[in-house]
Each structure stands twice: as C-alpha cells, then as structure tokens.
Design a protein around this ligand. Structure first.
Ligand SMILES: [Zn+2]
Length: 455
C-alpha cells in the first residue's frame, strides 16, 4: 500500500535557490519540489504554508555522526531516534553515519545491521560512509555493487591499530588508486600512528585530562595530513580529510588543493572550544580525538574557516553517557573519546558565519547543505532547492526567543552548557513531510527517515 504524499505550497518566503535568494513560492508534491514560481499559477486546492518573514533553505546535512554503535567497547548514548531528534529540531534533514565491517563478517552484513537501526527509527534521512577491513576479490565485488547502488564515500584511518582499523601510507596508496577508478571519495582520519606511539604518555600525569593533548599531539595530525595530501596528489584520488583540528593541517590542505582533489571538514568543538576546558577532572567530558587544541590554534582555524579553507562543518557527534564520560579514573586513556554536537551544529555555525564573519545565509547553505551533499555524491537530490530535488526544507528566522543549545537528547554532558540560540525552526520538511512545526516534532511517534541507498 502506498499512501500518496501530501502536497503543499510554501508561499511568501525568501527562498535560497542555487544562485541566491529569490521571492518565489514552492509547490511540493510526491516528496519533491514540483514547481518553483508564483503561488497564483499553482492549483488552488493545495494547503499553503505561509513563510512570510522566514528564509527557506535546503535541509542542512551533518556529514559526520556516530549513532547507535559501540565505540571503544562502550555503547554510544545516542540512537538514531534521539540523534535525529536533536538534528531535525535544528534544521538538519540528512545525517551521514559510519558503517564498519566487523571482524569475521562482511561489509554487506554490517550495512544490513545499520539499515535495520535506521528504518522506522530516524526523523532524518541517513546515508552511510563505509569502512571495509578486508579486501578479497569478493569484498571488492561488494564494494563495487555498493557504489552501483549510490554509495560514494569510504573511510580509512592512519591510526587505531589496536582496533584493527589502521592503514599504512603504502596500503592507503593502493586503496586510493583503486577507489579513484571507482569514482568514490575516500575519507581519512589523519593522525600519524608512529608519532602517537612515540608520544610521551609515560612521562605525563595521565590522571589529568590535559595530558590527552600531549598523548595525541598536533604533530601527529599535521604529519598524517601532509602524507595523505601527497598521496591524493600522486594518485589523483578524491580525498576528504575528516575533523581537521589544527590550523597547520588546514593550511597544508589549502596549499595542495591546486594539484589534488582534496576537501576537508572541521567540527564545531574545534572552533568554539580550546584546551583550557581540559584542566582538572571536569575536563574528561571534553576528551575527543583529535583533542581540543590551544587558543592560538583555535583562532587561526577560525580565520582559515572564514577564508574558505574548510569545505564543510560536521560534528563528529560521538556522545557517551554522563556515567561513561565522568567515571572516576586515574588514567584518562580509559575515558571514551567523543563529544556531542548534532543539535549545536546549525546554531553555532549560524552564529560564527552570520554574527562573527558577517556573511549570510548563502554561506550557511554552502557549508552545511550544498557542499556536504556534493561530497557525499547526493547533490542535487539533497543540498539544493530546484525542481526534482527532495523537498527537504527549513523555514527559519534568527530572531526567535533565545533557547538553550542542546547538542543531544541523551544524558551525555552538554559541551556548550551556557550557550543559547535565537534560531526559530518554524517548519522543517523531510521529503515533503512536515516533521517540525514551531520548534517541536509534529509526530514524535512517527519517524519517517529513510536510508539513502537501501540494500
Ligand atoms: Zn568520527
């Protein structure tokens, strides 16, 4: 049984089309944008959403989240249900999470498991970045069929040897050559395993969270970015560096762009927080990898972001329960690494882009919608308001009543406890269905998000 999707008209708003804002009306039908023009030319029997005073943006995308998964031996605090709630209440309509092949099992099985965690349990649409760990002929057949089905992004690590995820630069070079031929983008977590192994953890007081910054020093990231950027240029592969935390790393990427297909992201916590929060025990709630850096680095990274050196902002949302984060320990290396961020992404980046950098909604759309959609290979189905695109739409203003930023609906410690936002999410549509009205879920019991490329 297929239930016909509701039709609606969005009228009187300022609509951010690909080339900029226009005072046009939208007709939504079958979950897509069916017409762009004047309301008077649309059929008269369709319900109208009045967007007077609001901007109408394509749905925002969080390109990097971890949900409903075990990481470092502990279960994450957020499921797709709670994570997508924090997302969609803040204008995010598509999430990209990670699927890693398990030891002794296939990537296909891992995707099937992840898919079952999303179906009927997410308010947002969900795409997956895939991490294969074995590469037999059969595994490559699987990878090719995933690519045929729409998957475009694969993720590898230059660290995490103990977890079985590490790829040497030589191994990575071979993977890049192969994925270059397959028209897929390779995401890389850049921290140099050798530098990490040589870091002076023995001489540190590992009961103090600040020691994390010595255990995972900036040099590890900078060296790995340098090596991976070189591989990108040598192989011609499309390479995306995840969660860049160092200004020097971002500069290397900026310099290599002319000769390599390189892109990168940073996370709000590297732009809004510095390592001063790590001193003393409350600091362990801010442990993440790569670690928060010093204030000089933070401010340089912010300037680079303003300069366009960072393609997209994505959260690396990886929330652990308050109990897991605050567990008393004499060795902070046992604290799970990761912090919440989904619900903070749009409010924080809105403030940075519009209030501090004095640019406009177009820049927000570029960094949080269009560009992530391009990198994931889903543009213009996502990330664009045009005829035929999914009707993922956010009608918002930034003159609402101040409300607290809420990164997660789990009990994970809030990284931005004193911050508020005036973003007013008046209406959020996912594929033409109204999911949020007046900053509230319309039907909390009915999560209708879909996997972008079901298998
Ligand atoms: Zn991550």
């Amino acid at each position: 049984l297929t239930v016909p999707k509701p039709k609606s008209i969005i009228a009187n708003g300022t609509v951010y089309l690909d080339h900029g804002p226009e005072p046009v009306d939208l007709l939504i039908a079958n979950g897509e944008i069916a017409e762009i023009g004047k309301r008077s030319s649309f059929p008269s029997d369709i319900p109208v959403v009045d967007a007077t005073g609001f901007v109408v943006l394509p749905g925002m995308i969080d390109f990097h989240v971890h949900l409903d998964d075990t990481i470092g031996g502990r279960y994450l605090a957020d499921t797709y249900l709670s994570g997508s709630k924090a997302a969609v209440l803040n204008g995010i309509t598509t999430l990209f999470s990670f699927v890693t092949q398990a030891q002794g099992s296939s990537l296909r099985q891992a995707v099937a498991v992840a898919q079952s965690k999303v179906c009927g349990k997410s308010y947002c649409d969900v795409g997956f970045h895939l991490t294969p760990i074995t590469f037999s002929d059969g595994d490559w057949d699987d990878i090719q069929s995933f690519i045929g089905g729409g998957y475009r992004t694969f993720k590898f690590y230059t660290t995490y040897k103990a977890a079985g995820l590490y790829q040497s630069y030589a191994a990575l070079r071979e993977l890049l050559k192969r994925f270059e031929k397959l028209n897929a983008r390779v995401l890389v977590h850049c921290e140099d395993e050798m530098i990490l192994a040589a870091s002076p953890s023995q001489s540190q007081n590992v009961s103090d969270p600040i020691s994390h910054t010595f255990i995972r020093p900036p040099a590890a990231e900078i060296e790995a970015i340098y090596q991976v950027a070189k591989l990108a240029s040598e192989t011609g592969a499309r390479v995306h560096i995840v969660h860049v935390s160092t200004a020097s790393g971002a500069r290397i990427i900026q310099e290599k762009r002319s000769e390599a297909d390189l892109s990168c992201e940073t996370a709000p916590h590297y732009l809004w927080l510095n390592d001063s929060v790590l001193h003393g025990q409350p600091g362990q709630r801010y442990l993440c990898s790569p670690p928060l850096r010093d204030e000089q680095n933070r401010s340089e990274l912010e300037m680079l972001a303003a300069d366009g050196a960072i393609d997209i902002f994505a959260t690396d949302h990886c929330a652990f329960s308050a109990a897991d984060k605050n567990e008393s320990t004499t060795d902070i290396r046992n604290v799970p690494n990761g912090i919440a961020g989904i619900g903070a992404l749009v409010p924080l980046m809105h403030e940075l882009i519009m209030t501090q950098q004095h640019t406009d909604w177009s820049e927000l759309v570029l960094r949080l919608s269009k560009r992530p959609a391009e990198l994931a290979g889903v543009y213009p189905r996502k990330g664009s308001i045009r005829i035929g695109a999914d009707a993922d739409l956010v009608l918002l203003s930034d003159t609402g009543a101040a409300r607290p930023i809420r990164s997660s609906y789990s009990d994970s410690p809030e990284p931005y406890p004193k911050r508020t936002t005036t973003l007013d999410m008046r209406y959020v549509f996912v594929r033409g269905e109204l999911i949020v009205k007046d900053n509230q879920l319309v039907q909390p019991e009915r999560p209708t998000g879909q996997v972008l490329w079901p298998i």
